[in-house]
Write a protein that binds this ligand. Structure first.
Ligand SMILES: Cc1cc2nc3c(=O)[nH]c(=O)nc-3n(C[C@H](O)[C@H](O)[C@H](O)COP(=O)(O)O)c2cc1C
Length: 203
């Protein structure tokens, strides 16, 4: 099958992309509104950018009515957010937190998840998430406006929290202890339980 993206519907292209760009890590992004309501939502169009500066990016698309999601609005207002990781045991709560609530209501209340005060930024993290990246906004790029319009948010990681429980003897996060999930297409997810090693080729 060949697809001309210029003449295909955006909703159909989206269905293809979420299946073929996979598995995707999930940024479980917590923010806070100017009036103090904590917000939480998952985003799988997400990746690390680099270590100098320590940085991540994720992509909150506009809603079907063309409005920006609460996560993006809060980040543009406060210039801060936290990326929490999602272990398998928090998969259901993560999914529930994707419910679109009115701006004054918090997904922390909906899910019953406890907040954890951050070290540097104002938005709290998810207490049960073993890794929390506290970020300050570096760039916001709107690729298109209106319904489904894509946005890129780039954040500088100003503080990194790692629970002792997921560290190996060298002090780095161990994939088996983290037990993170990834998102595939449709309603499918994967677990990081089937691992293999590859050594890098020598020059
Ligand atoms: C696993 C998962 C991944 C998601 N990834 C994205 C994404 O990359 N971009 C996006 O705009 N929405 C994504 N969503 C949908 C948002 O989480 C959802 O629209 C949420 O209600 C946004 O919340 P907010 O309005 O509080 O920011 C994802 C949902 C799930 C369950």
């Amino acid at each position: 099958m060949e697809i001309d993206t210029a003449t295909s519907r955006a909703s159909s292209i989206y269905q293809h992309l979420i299946r073929v760009i996979a598995p995707r890590p999930i940024a479980w992004v917590s923010t806070i509104s100017l009036s103090g309501t904590p917000n939480l939502a998952p985003f799988s169009f997400f990746t690390g950018v680099g270590s100098r500066p320590p940085s991540v990016l994720f992509c909150p698309a506009n809603r079907r009515d063309g409005s920006a999601k609460d996560t993006l609005l809060n980040i543009l207002d406060t210039r801060e957010f936290v990326v929490n990781v999602v272990p398998f045991r928090l998969a259901e709560a993560m999914n529930l937190s994707s419910t679109e609530l009115p701006p004054g209501e918090s997904e922390f209340d909906l899910t019953g998840l406890q907040i954890s005060e951050s070290q540097v930024v104002k938005p709290p993290g998810v207490s049960l998430s073993p890794v929390r990246m506290e970020c300050q906004l570096m760039h916001h790029l709107a690729l298109d406006g209106g319904p489904g319009g894509a946005n890129i948010v780039v954040g500088r990681i100003v503080h990194l929290h790692l629970d002792e429980s997921v560290l190996d003897s060298a002090g780095y996060a161990d994939p088996e202890l983290l037990d993170l999930i990834g998102r595939l297409g449709g309603a499918s997810y994967c677990r990081t339980t089937d691992l293999f090693d590859l050594l890098r080729p020598s020059p």
